[in-house]
Design a protein around this ligand. Structure first.
Ligand SMILES: *Cc1c(COP(=O)(O)O)cnc(C)c1O
Length: 345
């Protein structure tokens, strides 16, 4: 199978498994796992934050950050297609008692002129907007990158108007590799950031959140509350450390493969996408009306060994990653062409 549904499908490589097997470990709830400590220090340094905390998943990472930044009844402002409102089972409403105010954007990017008119001050009638959540890269907008200057503008608006900024940086690595902007330059603009090791970096499990010492101390307790305090988690930290050392720079290859797929697929009849819009490792393909729906087309592709994700009725998602090489991308293009020919002989 050529699995292009997500970069989460990557499996730990032999080298990574060896690093996991050999990791020195201890009980992290007692703060005694040296490998986990080292990972947290490494990530804090990479992101230029005082402190970092390892958590089991990106969803838990975001949930903890939102909880620590807010009080029940607050409003959080985010793009309407962001992961926190689309794919985290309404966690922000259930666990943190937040109301989401969503903004439609063409590219997943919030801008000061979209944010400012929607800020609300808490009073007898209104919830207060205490947090703005951003996503870099933006998953459903197609792996789009936040331009640094836009983040700087949002930072100064946040300082002037007294709200906090959280960055869902599950794929911040991809933005960094695509632009060369240091991770810390992105993270500097926000109060908290979450990053995932289990997407393009290829680790089996794990995310980190980073922020100030006080923020991370509060987060540690919320993590425990959610059941995310783990014991000999150094085996997982070892995978994340191995991924940072061996797989981070290689994300550039994923970006090249995504560009290749976009260029080739855009030439096929019935498929609509603009290769120029592909910035990282995610691409969305629109299906013209004469084609079957995305779920039906994905079923036909799967019969021929190519997996794509039908995220919408007429739009499917492809994500490049470590476990699909250039030759397999070429095969995937051929399979798309073949399936389209059987539909429109
Ligand atoms: C994958 C992802 C997450 C985390 O999802 P999990 O399923 O909890 O790993 C968070 N934000 C974005 C933008 C993601 O793509």
């Amino acid at each position: 199978m050529i699995d292009l549904r997500s970069d989460t499908v990557t499996r730990p490589s032999p080298g990574m498994r060896r690093a996991m097997a050999e990791a020195e470990v201890g009980d992290d709830v007692f703060g005694e796992d040296p490998t986990l400590e080292f990972l947290q220090q490494t990530v804090a340094a990479l992101l230029g934050k005082e402190s970092a905390l390892f958590v089991p998943s990106g969803s838990m990472a975001n949930a903890i950050c939102l909880k620590v930044h807010t009080q029940p009844g607050d409003e959080v402002l985010c793009d309407s297609r962001s992961h926190i409102v689309s794919y985290e089972a309404a966690n922000l409403a259930v666990f943190s008692g937040l109301q989401a105010r969503t903004v439609d954007t063409p590219d997943g990017l919030l801008r000061p002129e979209l944010v400012e008119p929607r800020l609300r001050t808490r009073d007898l009638h209104s919830p207060g907007t205490t947090l703005i959540s951003l996503e870099n890269t933006h998953n459903v907008a197609g792996g789009t990158i936040y331009p640094l200057d836009l983040l700087v503008q949002l930072r100064s608006l946040a300082s002037a108007r007294g709200f906090k900024l959280h960055l869902d940086g599950a794929r911040l690595w991809n933005a960094h590799v695509a632009t060369g902007v240091p991770l810390a330059r992105y993270a500097e603009q926000v109060d908290s950031v979450s990053v995932c090791f289990s997407k393009g970096l290829g680790a089996p499990v794990g995310s980190c959140i980073a922020g100030s010492h006080a923020f991370i101390e509060a987060s540690r307790r919320v993590r425990k509350m959610l059941g995310g305090g783990m014991r000999q988690a150094g085996v997982l930290a070892a995978a994340a450390l191995w991924a940072l050392e061996h797989n981070l720079r290689g994300l550039a290859e994923d970006h090249r493969k995504a560009k290749f797929l976009a260029e080739q697929l855009s030439l096929l009849p019935g498929l609509r996408l603009d290769p120029a819009s592909v910035q990282t490792n995610i691409l969305f393909v629109e299906l013209e009306d004469e084609l079957p729906t995305a779920p039906d087309l994905c079923a036909l592709l799967a019969e021929r060994g190519v997996l794509a994700l039908p995220l919408f009725e007429r739009r499917l998602r492809l994500v490049t990653h470590l476990d699909v090489n250039q030759a397999q991308c070429q095969v995937a293009v051929e399979v798309f062409a073949e399936v389209l020919t059987t539909i429109r002989p």
